[in-house]
Design a protein around this ligand. Structure first.
Ligand SMILES: Nc1ncnc2c1ncn2[C@@H]1O[C@H](COP(=O)(O)OP(=O)(O)O)[C@@H](O)[C@H]1O
Ligand SMILES: [Mg+2]
Length: 355
């Protein structure tokens, strides 16, 4: 399915249609073998374009999404983690990494193109989603995040805008953007990072108070947090936003006495949320996941076992499947002809740091 955006922002030089009927970009942001075909969007770290890889004969595989990061200082520790960890994650619900390469001006991260829009777009279009569709999107996101946790990687920027579909008619979603991720072998998470309305309370608390420079209202000892539990909070916010509709400024209140249950927004000016009727099981899952204190939050085991979550799970897609995938030897997976090795990737990243 083609991307719908023939829009090129300022700064791109685009020639007339090429023999293949697509625009050709010539200003050196892409290497010579990638022919730009459409502009996808701008993220926090770089631009993403759709391109045709002229080295690949199979037309289905020749289409790629390319994330462009300017060479030099922008190729930092976060970019290194994004590339190295995404390269190791092979899952039906995680965007497929193809390779990294260099153009004269940019580091290019090649991925499978997901042209069907994001779950965020879909919820915006519909206002809010039914419980059954929300569950199916959540199940796929949980499969992806649980697998990546098994592989030692927490994402730290899970949100509906990062759940993309290849084809909206199939409602199959894949998680993108590991630009904020951290591996168990990296230092313990202690950074205020991600997207504010999806950030767990303990992550928000890592924004130091400007005066005391201490975390503001929840101190986990040293301002560190468990990235896995922070990801679970973000998954809960994804579910909340699908069921109740999008609220960019979302800040959930907690019952002040116990801090144990979510106060669902309702009342005047709530955009009709009070009228949303949820099944008790669904409300129960939301309440257990959106726990203010991370130690009270439902873990992955609890989510998989929860009756609302477990309903209608496709056969063979449970945790055991994820475990099998995670245990499979990474080297075996990477024995795909032409796949880059970690050494090659590190060499390219090193070169990319020289502008
Ligand atoms: N593989 C892809 N296929 C289609 N669109 C993509 C793909 N990867 C990213 N995008 C689009 O580009 C935007 C920016 O990408 P993202 O990885 O989030 O960049 P950043 O790290 O700069 O936030 C995304 O929100 C999404 O709309
Ligand atoms: Mg992003």
């Amino acid at each position: 399915m083609p991307f719908e955006t023939p829009h090129w922002p300022h700064g791109w030089t685009v020639q007339a249609a090429s023999p293949r009927g697509c625009a050709t970009e010539t200003d050196g942001r892409l290497p010579y073998f990638l022919i730009a075909q459409g502009y996808i969007g701008q993220g926090m770290t770089g631009e993403v374009v759709q391109a045709w890889d002229s080295r690949v004969a199979d037309p289905a595989r020749a289409q790629v999404a390319v994330k462009l990061i300017p060479r030099g200082a922008a190729v930092d520790e976060y970019v290194k983690r994004e590339v190295l960890h995404l390269h190791n994650l092979w899952h039906a619900h995680i965007v497929l990494f193809r390779e990294v390469c260099l153009s004269p001006s940019h580091l290019c991260i090649l991925m499978e193109p997901l042209a069907g829009g994001s779950v965020l777009d879909h919820v915006r279009k519909c206002g809010r989603l039914e419980e059954s569709l929300s569950r199916w999107f959540l199940q796929q996101a949980v499969m992806a995040v649980d697998y990546s946790h098994m592989m030692g990687v927490c994402n730290r920027d899970i949100k509906l805008a990062h759940l993309l579909m290849a084809d909206p008619s199939e409602a199959c979603v894949k998680l993108i953007d590991f630009g904020a991720c951290k591996h168990d072998d990296d230092s313990e998470p202690d950074t205020y990072i991600g997207t504010r309305s999806y950030m767990a309370p303990e992550v928000l608390a890592c924004m130091p108070d400007p005066k005391s420079r201490r975390p503001r209202w929840y101190d986990h000892g040293k301002g560190r947090y468990d990235g896995r539990l922070a990801d679970i909070w973000s998954l809960g916010i994804c579910l909340f936003q699908m069921l109740f509709g999008i609220d960019e400024q979302l800040v959930l209140e907690h019952a002040p006495s116990k801090r144990s249950s979510v106060v669902f927004p309702c009342g005047e000016g709530d955009g009709g949320r009070a009228a949303v009727s949820l099944s008790p099981e669904c409300r129960d899952l939301l309440n257990r996941v959106l726990q203010y204190l991370p130690e009270n939050r439902l873990g992955m085991d609890g989510i998989w076992a929860h009756p609302w979550f477990a309903k209608d799970l496709p056969p063979g897609s449970g945790r055991e499947h994820n475990l099998k995938l995670a245990l499979a030897k990474t080297e075996e997976m990477h024995s795909v002809p032409g796949a880059q090795s970690e050494r090659e990737i590190l060499q390219i990243l090193k070169e990319a740091r020289t502008a």
